[in-house]
Design a binder for this molecule. Sequence first.
Ligand code: ADP
Ligand code: MG
Length: 264
Amino acid sequence: MTKILTIVSGKGGVGKTTTTINLAMALNSYGKSVAIVDANLTTPNIGIYLGVHSVPVSIHDVLQNKNKLLDAMYQHPSGVKVIPGDIGFSSLDEINLEALDDALLDLEGVMDYVLIDGAAGLGEEAAKAISVCDGVIVVTNPEMPAVTDALKAVNLVGELRKPVTGVVINRFKRDGLDMEVNEIEKILEFPVVGAVEEDSKIRESMVKRNAVFEIHPKTEASRNYKRLAARLLDVEYNDRNEKVADLMEIFKKLFKDIKDYGKK
Ligand SMILES: Nc1ncnc2c1ncn2[C@@H]1O[C@H](COP(=O)(O)OP(=O)(O)O)[C@@H](O)[C@H]1O
Ligand SMILES: [Mg+2]
């Protein structure tokens, strides 16, 4: 069965798109088929983040009833499928938000997971993205303004009678100024299921038009995404096993280099 998760925040710029992309790749690394849908229709940027821009068919065409959703689906080298928006699109008046429900039926039974990158704020775009999902992931920064807005998002999810799968804290810094996990859980009344630290490699990846999980899989932020995916899949994530596997890889490469050198 296909599980649709919508990523929302309340406050803009806290890391919804970053979470959507990297969580998709982390789920994919566990063998799950995953599609990302850009439902940030006014300001879509999944395509920009993943280098899938200037596509012939986008989600906007689908919501104008010009194409089927599968026509707007592109394959990222990671294996994750991407349904981007048209960055040149200007007005919501030109599309039919309601068409999203039927469009998503194309992915039913085709994908294990569909991750929907929601719009900032709590307007009709965000509400639509929430209304079509099976669970919501609320992203926040560990700061009071972001958590206050996340609470508004949680309330909207409740009004739409959808379940909150969990909260993801993004950009924690360990500088003594972050809000505590239990403080955030107390305010939002939902469990924190993942936490991703501030990592400059995330911005570097964005500049390189790819996900940190893809180009820096060993960085701590990528491990944070893998932990989050493991939690959602209810499988064990073992930090030591991951590190032992990394060491094995390093040794394998070293032996291969030595062997190749010997042949010269
Ligand atoms: N954990 C992080 N560490 C460093 N930079 C981050 C992190 N998460 C997101 N960013 C950066 O913050 C900016 C906003 O992130 P984005 O995912 O676009 O937020 P949103 O989709 O909520 O608007 C981007 O420049 C992104 O690269
Ligand atoms: Mg975004």
